[in-house]
Design a protein around this ligand. Structure first.
Ligand code: NDP
Ligand code: 8X3
Length: 252
């Protein structure tokens, strides 16, 4: 694995940041992506002490921006071995009849279309080289709908389905395709969902031990570091306190 090139979207916080850090510790060369340039700069400074790092700042929902940015990679960074499609968020938690169009569009444009835009740019060289690994970050929300989750759940159900379709289409080329589907992970996810309401976000993770971003990075690493003949298709990961999308044992 040492020296392989991994591209991680959404590396400015949470699961993506932990994954980029773990990949760097394991000796991979990493391309870190996100919109927040200051955070990318800080992460690049940290990780470049232990590996080679390349930084790209783009909005995954803007197809032209994605293509221009990824096409600008220097030749020595173009042969990407591992793509982690992690960038994404929930926007809002409202019953469908009260949903905001701008939230719906953001979730579909980022979680689904963004994943496709990035994948489309990176796949040709994997197909040509007949090697590569794509890891899509889905969610338990893509396996089970939950109250008020509607469009977020639909966007992650699309990732679930797309992961299976990608695995089928890429099978002739020896490209591995994995979905990691976490339950509750304490990151900036709820802060974004609740539009910066830190108190409401904190409540989501109270009364039990949620997963950490590192727990998910470890699972991603397990899939990525598996022997070449082993394809981890799908991993659902819950905190021990969680039994389904809606059942969480909390201390009262
Ligand atoms: P965070 O909010 O901590 O991280 C989200 C990351 O996505 C950030 O780095 C953010 O970077 C990036 N991102 C969001 N929108 C865009 C965009 N338009 N263009 C480029 N990058 C973008 O949340 P998590 O780490 O928890 O989320 C990562 C993934 O894990 C998501 O796909 C999420 O749906 C999924 N997930 C999370 C769970 C949880 O409980 N936390 C559970 C199951 C799945 P920036 O803002 O700098 O662009
Ligand atoms: C994130 C986990 O349960 O908030 O996908 O949807 S959940």
């Amino acid at each position: 694995m040492i020296g392989k090139i991994a591209l991680v979207t959404g590396a400015t916080s949470g699961i993506g940041e932990a994954t980029a850090r773990l990949f760097a510790q394991k000796g991979l060369r990493v391309i870190i992506c996100g919109r927040r340039k200051e955070r990318l700069k800080e992460l690049e400074a940290e990780l470049s002490k232990i590996t080679e790092v390349y930084t790209l700042s783009f909005d995954v929902s803007q197809q032209k921006e994605v293509a221009e940015s990824l096409n600008s990679l220097p030749n020595e960074w173009k042969s990407i071995d591992i793509l982690v499609n992690n960038a994404g968020n929930a926007h809002g938690l409202e019953p469908i009849q009260a949903g905001r169009l701008s939230d719906w569009e953001a979730m579909i444009d980022i979680n689904l279309k963004g994943l496709l835009y990035v994948t489309q740019c990176i796949l040709p060289q994997m197909v040509e080289r007949e090697t590569g690994h794509i890891v899509n970050i889905g969610s338990i929300a893509g396996k089970e709908a939950y109250p008020n989750g509607n469009v977020y759940c639909a966007s992650k159900a699309a990732v679930d389905s797309l992961t299976k379709g990608m695995r089928i289409d890429l099978n002739p080329y020896g490209i591995r395709v994995t979905q990691i589907a976490p339950g509750l992970v304490e990151t900036e996810f709820s802060l974004v969902r609740f539009k910066g309401d830190a108190q409401r976000a904190k409540k989501v993770y109270e009364g039990y031990q949620p997963l950490s971003a590192q727990d998910i990075a470890d699972a991603i690493w397990y899939a990525v570091a598996a022997p070449a003949h082993v394809q981890i298709a799908d991993i659902v990961i819950f905190p021990t306190a969680q039994a389904s999308a809606t059942i969480v044992k909390k201390k009262t």
